[in-house]
Design a protein around this ligand. Sequence first.
Ligand SMILES: [Cu+2]
Length: 166
Amino acid sequence: MKQFALFVLAVCMAALGTPALGQHGTHQVEITGDAWVRATPPNRTVTAAYLAIRNTGDEVRRVVGASSIVAGRAELHTHIHDRESGMMQMRHVDFIELPPGETVRLAPGGLHIMLMDLTRDLQPGMTVPLSLEFDDGHRLEVEVDVHREAPDASGHGGHGHDHHRH
Ligand SMILES: [Cu+2]
C-alpha cells in the first residue's frame, strides 16, 4: 500500500514536471483573493473549487482545464438558471474566458471547478493543490484551503446565499 502511494506520488510529480512549471511569475495571470474548496462529508466524491483569476496581460486568456492530485478528474462548470424548472443547473464549459485587465470570480452559484472522483475526504484546515491549465500552454499551481462555507462571505458584493449544494 505504501509503495503504491509512493508510486502515485511519483507519477503525479512527473506529470507536474512540465517545462511550464516555474513560470509562475512571467505568466500574466494571477490568483487573487481567497481560493477555497468545499469540505466533503465522508464518502462524498465530488466537490467544487472557487477562486478569483486576474488577467494582468493585454490579451484574452482562457482557462482550458484543471486538475488536482486529490481528484480523479476535474471539469470547468458554470450554473445556469433554467427558466422551465426555475432551478439552477450545472453545465460543463470548455473554457473560462479571462478578458484582459479583468478579474473573473469563480463562486458558489456561478463558475466553479468541479472536482470529481475524489481520492479522499476533504476536511476544513486541509489544503489541496490545484493546477490550472491555460490556452497558451501555461499552468498555474495553487494551494487551495478547504472550508465548509465561503470564507468572508460578507465581502465581494455577493449576496452570500448558496442555493446550490454540491
Ligand atoms: Cu459543478
